[in-house]
Design a protein around this ligand. Structure first.
Ligand code: ZN
Length: 165
């Protein structure tokens, strides 16, 4: 499921109670596992839907907050060519972290959960979370984006060896 590009969601589907329920379930699952984002294919539904939120998150302390956002059929394009490396983990690849290069700034076009078009520019960790979820919707995981697997670490070792630097 994680390797399959997800299907676009039609405007009729967006209005359906199934889709509304799916989005509510995704938000609940993301919060339950202290995720900062979740793509529908992570809950075994191959649809172009992602949710994200950063509040006070124990898995990602000290990150800027991101309001709860639902992205349907998102498209992203880089703003500038600056890349940034930082740690990522994934609820679908438990207990691991690795350093992943991402565009520092991206422009995002998507529909919200009501089907209303939105566009915005995201930067830093916000842009990273969206690129991570966008990858899920396109059959990729963060391991595919790593330049160097030597930073791939178990969470327990990440806390012990990388955080002390
Ligand atoms: Zn993930």
């Amino acid at each position: 499921m994680l390797r399959k590009p997800a299907a676009a969601v039609s405007s009729r589907e967006i209005q359906s109670s199934n889709t509304r329920q799916l989005i509510d379930d995704m938000i609940e699952t993301m919060k339950e596992y202290d995720g900062v984002g979740l793509a529908a294919d992570q809950v075994h539904v191959s649809k172009q839907i992602a949710v994200l939120e950063v509040a006070d998150n124990p898995r990602y302390p000290h990150k800027a907050q991101i309001p709860l956002t639902v992205l349907i059929n998102p498209e992203i394009s880089p703003v500038g060519d600056e890349l940034e490396e930082d740690w990522e983990g994934c609820l679908s690849i438990p207990d691991l972290r690795g350093m992943v290069p991402r565009h520092r700034s991206i422009e995002v076009h998507a529909l919200d959960r009501m089907g209303v078009p939105m566009e915005f520019v995201a930067t830093g960790f916000h842009a990273r979370v969206i690129q991570h979820e966008w990858d899920h919707l396109n059959g990729k995981v963060y391991l595919d984006r790593m330049r160097d697997l030597s930073t791939l670490s178990f969470l327990t070792e990440f806390a012990r060896y990388w955080l002390v630097k």
